[in-house]
Every structure is written in C-alpha cells, then in structure tokens.
Design a protein around this ligand. Sequence first.
Ligand SMILES: [Zn+2]
Length: 484
Amino acid sequence: MEIRTFNTLTNRKEPLQPLHPGVVGMYVCGPTVYDMSHVGHARVYVTFDVVARFLRHAGFKVTYVRNFTDIDDKIIKRANERGVPAGQISEKYIAEFLKDMDTLGVQRPEVQPKVTEHIPEIIDLIQKIIARGLAYASGGDVYFAVREYAGYGKLSKRNLDDLEAGARVEPGDLKRDPLDFALWKAAKPGEPEWDSPWGKGRPGWHIECSAMSAKYLGDTFDIHAGGKDLVFPHHENEIAQSEAASGKPFARTWLHNGFVQIDNEKMSKSLGNFFTIRDVLEKVEAEALRYFLLGTHYRNPINFSDVALADAELRVDYVYETLAKADEKLAGKEPTAGELLDKEKVERVMPAFEEAMADDFNAAEALGALADPFALLNELAERPKSKDKAAVLRTLARLRKDVDLIGKVLGLFQQDPKAFLLRRRENKAKARGIDGAMVEQRIADRAAARKAKDFAAADRVRDELKALGVEIMDTASGTTWKVL
Ligand SMILES: [Zn+2]
C-alpha cells in the first residue's frame, strides 16, 4: 500500500518512504505537564494515535516516541504557587494526562521519555553543537547561533531578516543576536538545577526533543509530528539543533494537525477559551469525543461545539445499536455458506477505508465511507429485504468483521455493544431522573395487557413511557428499552 502524506517541510503531498523498509520511527511532541489537558491536546494525540495505528495496519513496524516536558517555566511557577517540588507537579499531571489518553482510547507509545531523565544526553548534544561552532556559552547560558546555521527557516518558510525585525531581547538575555535561542539556562534561585560544563542550570525547551529523538530513533528518522502551533519556533529550532549537531538531515516527514476552534478562534490555555478533556467527558461519551475529533481531516481546523459533540454521540449510539442487533442475529456464528448480497459494495468497504487513510490519513473520509455499509448492516440486522437467509447472514458477518477491523485502526467501536448500550441507558436515565425499575415494571404491565388482549392498555403504557422519554422496542429476544 502506498501511503501519501502532506509534508510541511516540502510543502507537498508525497509518498511515505521510510529510511529502513518496513520500519517507521515517529516522534510526537508531548505535553508540558503542569495542568489538566484540554481538547486541543486530545486532538493532537488522537490524530497521531490513528496515524500510528494505520501504519501498523499497513504492515509497518512502528516505534512511536512521545515525550513529557517535565521541566519548564510553567511547571516551576505552579510548583512555587503550591509550595511543592516541581517533580510533584509534573508527576501528578503525567498521571492525569495518561488517564485522559486511556479514556480516549489513545494507545501508549513505545517510548515516553521525560526531560529530567535525559539531562546527560542533552548536555552531550549541546557540546556537539558548540564544537561545530553553532552555539556559544555566555554567562551560565548557552545559545544557538541562528545566523551560523544555513537552513534556519526551512520548515516555517520564514526568512532571517523578517524574523530579526520581530525578535525581542528579554532583559537578562546574554545572546549575541536577537535571533539566537537558549539551549541551556543558568540556574535561578528557587529553580530545579543540574550540573553542567557551564555551571548549574537547566535545559531550554527545544533541545529536549532533539536529544530524545536522536536517542530513540537516530539522527535521521521518518516522521516528526505535533500541533501546527509548534512549527515555529519549536520545530524550526529542533531541526537547527539536530542538524547542527549531527551534520545529517533530521526528520524526513513533518505532520502538523490544525487547531481546535471555538467560534472560529483557536482553543488555547492562553486565550482562556478552553475546555479540559475531563470537563467534556463529564457530559459526553469519550468515544463520541474521539469520533468528533476524527470527523475533520487532521490538517484542517475543527470547530468545537455542544451541537457537534451531540451529533457525534448520536452517531456512536447508532453504530453500537446496529452492532448489537447484528451480534444478536449472528449469535457468534461465522457463516460461510451463501452469496454476498450487494457484493460490489460489500467488497469495497475495506479498500475504500484503506484508500482514504492512505491519502494523508483522511479518517474523516474513511468514516464517511462507512455510512453506506452501516445502513446495509442495519437493514440486514433488522429487516432484510432479501429472503435468502444464508446470504443475509454471510453478508452481515462480513460487514461486522470489516467494521471491527476498521474500528481497531480508528480506535472506535471496540466496546461490547450490549454493555455499551446498557451503560449509556443507565447514565441517561440517571441524568433525566428516570427510574429503571419503574420502566421494567411498566413493560411487564404492558406484556400482561397484551396477553389479556387489552391492546388499548398496552398502547397506553407505550405512550406514557414515550412521554417520559423512554422508547420500548420489541425484539426477537423480548422487549427492551432506551432513553431517547
Ligand atoms: Zn518537541
């Protein structure tokens, strides 16, 4: 399968050609752990979780590295506010982040390195850059000499003179040129510090990703990814540091996801218009949030709203209702007899999915392509038009299997449908103050009325429950209900 992907570095869509055939090394910038993660974080890590899953589905052996920035100004500030060590803040929010990611079905990367556990590698890398004449120590700081490195600006397509015009020198900076950025910062009182050849201090932000990607993936590797906001300066600086140190090309393909927006403005901590993942999951199913995030191509902005989330939740409910019906009808059987109904359409399900995903990981299109097969699955599970029972079962089983495989790649639809629907029903009933035992009692009353051929009384029960927001469904295995 040829996978084509948009590369920010070359500014075009091109085939993904790993350095070593069959193997993909991928580095994604992880969170700075000083607070709860918001929906913008959810988008980054769901996006690249699906990228990694699809690459594995396509047969690649993937090494996925996602770091934790566990030392940084914001972490130190938060620690000082709370009067606790910085490590206590970062460990707490690493645990909260992983909890959110687990809830969202984001698989853990192979390597999750922390900055504070890679200080020797960082110091080593800085020394290499100094030895090549591209960085200099000043006071207890070390700076990267941007004008000495020829390729600066190639990712973000910026030129040095424009950057120089906008650059500021903060008081206390000891740089030779406003464009230069810190690789190492001298210790300030009250901050965590490490010994270095330049005195006590701590790493600058950008250097960590250069050091950790080199350690786990090598100087040159296949995919580097992150949110679009990281293109400049973070990723630009990573390239400069890494290529300055090794003299070799850094990441070959750069992927960047678009922002989550509210009212067409970027959701961000600094603008104050953000929702934490935890807040959102109080109100909607985790899988609905994941479905919503995958419903827009990863490079485009996505508009976050209650309405869009509610739509996603309805869709996810519909999928599970369909799967529950299909599972009941199949009852664990794997029918091999009979012809496939709608053969052409059914046989296109997997190829259509793979083609959409191979075209720059277009999960939105892949989900769209599932609408038709779902409608067919629903029809076959509920009231098939075909009278050919063997063909119905065979087709049903085939579609069920494809949905499962596609769901595995997207990280969707993997829960037991019956258990999912029961849990949804309990949650919704609780939220609306509907007493489940009462509903069950009224369903029993209705069954008794029907048995006594008092259909008017039976219909009254149905209407009365409907007025409460409860729909009852008569199925082959008895009467069941759901909250509308
Ligand atoms: Zn990074």
